[in-house]
Design a protein around this ligand. Structure first.
Ligand code: NAP
Length: 257
């Protein structure tokens, strides 16, 4: 049964990249379900502090964590700092990512490496570090945030799409290996969600209409659209779901029609 009232009370949750956008909506949803939450961003920001305060106003413990996931040791530092402030991480949401838009023939090694470091290496390091303690506790939830581009790549984001596929592949592999220990790992794959990262692209009316035309629901999503599936996966209602890849995309992943 899906009863989320304080269902996650006492659990410790870290959502990477939760100062804005989808991450902010998700960390607030976890706090509403009673989890103590870590709000993370690259550096201190008013937006991040506002999110943390909103979560704290719900009566849960909170902390602010900062660090660029492209930098060595930051994944470990974030997990350690979260454990110190809130207790060992029970729920890890790997939401932060870097996205550079560039045509495939316009290769840029530095950008590609940055995407690989943040979207793949940091996710791998955080999962491998957090899973043993979740296995020991006999309970844990990891949710990776992928993209519709796992299946429907955008011509200007080949490397980004590849990093999301890599992250999904790792999530499935790890899910298989920890399933017997009460730990689930699932992927949410958003389509076009209105956040800071696509404000500029969607401001172009002809691009906006072209993209809307690729979405069967004919509408863009909002960050809160990603919270229902997240809460379901993190609650006991989701205990038997692992290794799944759940689209939140208005049908965009179904392809053109
Ligand atoms: P967003 O609005 O761009 O927010 C990005 C968040 O990640 C911010 O909290 C930011 O912190 C943090 N961040 C950025 N670079 C970082 C780095 N190097 N290290 C650590 N944290 C970093 O993102 P979003 O649109 O909500 O997307 C969230 C997730 O959904 C991403 O994984 C994205 O790939 C995926 N997604 C989004 C869409 C979409 O349409 N929006 C579609 C498919 C998938 P600061 O505030 O400090 O910069």
């Amino acid at each position: 049964m899906l009863n989320l009232d304080k269902e996650l009370k006492g659990k410790s949750a870290l959502v990477t990249g939760s100062s804005r956008g989808i991450g902010a909506a998700m960390v607030k949803a976890l706090a509403m379900a009673g989890a103590n939450v870590a709000v993370h961003s690259v550096g201190p920001s008013e937006a991040g502090e506002a999110v943390r305060k909103e979560c704290a106003s719900l009566g849960v413990k909170t902390c602010s964590l900062h660090g660029d996931l492209g930098e060595k040791d930051v994944p470990t530092q974030l997990l350690d700092a979260c454990a110190e402030a809130l207790g060992a991480v029970d729920i890890l949401v790997l939401n932060a990512s870097i996205q550079f838009r560039r045509e495939w023939c316009d290769w840029h090694t530095e950008e590609a490496e940055t995407m690989l470091r943040v979207n793949v290496r940091a996710s791998a390091e955080m999962m491998t570090q957090v899973l043993p303690q979740m296995q020991k506790a006999g309970w844990g939830r990891v949710v990776t945030i992928g993209s519709v581009q796992q299946n429907v790549p955008n011509p200007a984001m080949a490397v980004y799409a590849a990093t999301k596929c890599a992250q999904l592949s790792m999530a499935k592999s790890f899910a298989l290996q920890v399933a017997a220990d009460g730990v689930t790992i699932n992927n949410l794959a958003p389509g076009v969600i209105q956040t800071d990262r696509n404000v500029e692209a969607l401001a172009d009316e002809s691009y906006r209409q072209k993209i809307a035309g690729l979405i069967p629901s004919r509408s863009f999503g909002i960050p809160e659209d990603c919270t229902g599936a997240l809460l379901m996966l993190c609650s006991e209602a989701g205990r038997y779901i692992t290794g799944a890849d759940i689209a939140i995309d208005g049908g965009m992943g179904l392809g053109s029609h």
